[in-house]
Design a protein around this ligand. Structure first.
Ligand code: NBP
Length: 477
């Protein structure tokens, strides 16, 4: 037994993670259902570090130092359960199984409970950064017991991305907390992408800018507070010309967006937790709507908004408004994500360091952004911060963005350009800052038809009104 860790499942992700461990000096046992992949890894990359190739499950487990650390990188779902069932009987109390796949956090909670009952640690670890991140430094979000993190933490921190010398890995919380936080990362990623896409659409359709010019606008924004991986790659995509036609690349791509499902999980879970992640939800629905070809064809000639072209000076002014709108909406999207993490922590009994979540997302993952330093600072200064806008610097920025943010959403509405994520973010902001909401009327309606009762502003307790029925006078209980 000589390997510090074993990786089973040597697909794109598993192979690169195994190489990352080996390159960082950890002897790694490698195993795959189809041994061809193990042999290919040894032949191509065996020289990169100390690998122990195992073809059978028994050989693989025998190669691991105790407590054994066995990382599974296979397809999420039934394959993960099958692999757990294959290896768990070969392990001993205190050993650790790490699932680095994109598991649903509820599956991770179920697996953790079952394996805990068998004396094993089960660590659901969110791994972000794709193929490249797995090899050169992912963001790692492990859940599971503190005891397991004491052993695994230094290893994850060593292989993770680093920002300002700090690792993009931290213990998130018990059982499924790591996979939950990874899921919310992907939800925020959907919101970020949709907001950027709406900004592009407005700059093009209202501002009259060409894609290559918008690339320059994004490059300028990338040097400021919006600086992030997604803004950076957006500029690259917009500047790209299709080789076959000479047209802007963005114009030759079919406008129906795909999704693999983790953004959808965020929205589904948010409904269960009553977390209003409306910007993330709109981003998810926007992808779905873009693919509704038949409806889009049937509705394509319905009337829209006005179309008055802007002068170049007006367009430049509009672009700076859109920057404010994008930033303010992004703050709202992240605030929604953090609120959802707080909601889940309360629901599942997790203790989550909200500043650490911001810290580990600064590198290795898709939403990496300079702005996360600010979120980290806000939660470091006040770990109990109720929401980002309760912090004075964020509040000041949002105050500054008021006019341009509202102008941007209003321009979109007047011109008939869809801006569902911008609009949802602004509506969310206006909902939470309102002193009175029409929810009072909803309570009245609910009491009328269903005797659901209501709370009063002036007296405690549940109240019900005997609503006037034909032939019966109104009385208040
Ligand atoms: P790949 O599709 O490249 O590889 C899948 C691996 O799963 C192969 O090693 C395959 O073995 C193994 N496998 C399957 Br499928 N069913 C199995 C079973 N019943 N028993 C044993 N092994 C089985 O996947 P990947 O892209 O490396 O992704 C691995 C995990 O990482 C997934 O959960 C994915 O969601 C997650 N993830 C992916 C990314 C990404 O950017 N790709 C990022 C973050 C997380 P075989 O060789 O014998 O078929």
């Amino acid at each position: 037994a000589s390997a510090s860790i074993g990786v089973t499942g040597l697909g794109v992700m598993g192979r690169n993670l195994a190489r990352n461990f080996a390159r960082n000096g950890y002897p790694v046992a490698v195993h795959n259902r189809t041994p061809g992949r193990t042999r290919a890894l040894m032949a191509e990359f065996g020289h990169e570090g100390t690998f122990v190739a195992a073809e059978s499950a028994q050989e693989f487990v025998a190669a691991l130092e105790r407590p054994r650390r066995l990382m599974i990188m296979v397809q999420a779902g039934a394959a993960t359960d099958a692999v757990i069932e294959e290896f768990a009987p070969l392990l001993e109390p205190g050993d650790m199984i790490i699932d680095g796949g994109n598991a649903h956090f509820a599956d991770t909670r179920r697996r953790e409970a079952a394996l805990r009952g068998r004396g094993l640690h089960f660590v659901g670890a969110g791994v972000s950064g794709g193929e490249e991140g797995a090899l050169n430094g992912p963001a790692v979000m492990p859940g599971g017991s503190a005891e397991s993190y004491a052993v695994l933490g230094p290893m994850f921190e060593r292989i993770s991305a680093k920002v300002d010398g700090e690792p993009c890995a931290a213990h998130i919380g018990a059982d499924g907390a790591g996979h939950f936080v990874k899921m919310v990362h992907n939800g925020i990623e959907y919101a970020d992408m949709q907001l950027i896409a709406e900004a592009y659409d407005l700059l093009r359709q209202v501002g009259g800018y060409a894609p290559a010019e918008i690339a320059e606008v994004f490059r300028a924004w990338n040097a400021g507070r919006l600086g992030s991986y997604l803004i950076e790659i957006t500029a690259e995509v917009l500047a790209h010309t299709d080789a076959a036609t000479g047209r802007p690349f963005v114009d030759v791509v079919a406008d129906a967006a795909g999704q693999k499902g983790t953004g959808r999980w965020t929205v589904q879970t948010a409904l269960d937790l009553a977390s209003p992640v409306t910007t993330i939800a709109q981003a998810t629905f926007a992808r779905a709507a873009s693919g509704r070809t038949a409806l889009r064809a049937a509705y394509a000639d319905l009337p829209g908004g006005t179309t008055a072209p802007l002068s170049r000076t007006e367009a430049a002014r509009f672009a700076s408004q859109v920057e404010h709108a994008l930033y303010a909406s992004k703050v709202i999207a992240y605030d929604q994500g953090w609120t959802m993490i707080q909601d889940a922590a309360a629901e599942y009994g997790w203790t989550i360091d909200l500043a650490a979540v911001a810290r580990i997302w600064r590198g290795g993952c898709i939403i990496r952004a300079s702005f996360l330093d600010r979120i980290r600072a806000a939660y470091t200064a006040d770990p109990e911060l109720v929401g980002l806008l309760a912090e004075k610097e964020f509040a000041a920025e949002i105050a500054d963005a008021q006019v341009p943010w509202r102008e941007t959403v209003a321009s979109a509405a007047r011109r008939g350009i869809p801006a569902p994520a911008f609009s949802a973010a602004l509506a969310h902001y206006d909902t939470l800052r309102a002193h009175r909401l029409p929810a009072a009327l909803l309570q009245g309606q609910r009491d009328y038809f269903g005797a659901h009762t209501y709370q009063r502003v002036d007296r405690p307790g549940a109240h019900h009104t005997q609503w006037a029925q034909p032939g019966r006078p109104e009385t208040t209980a």
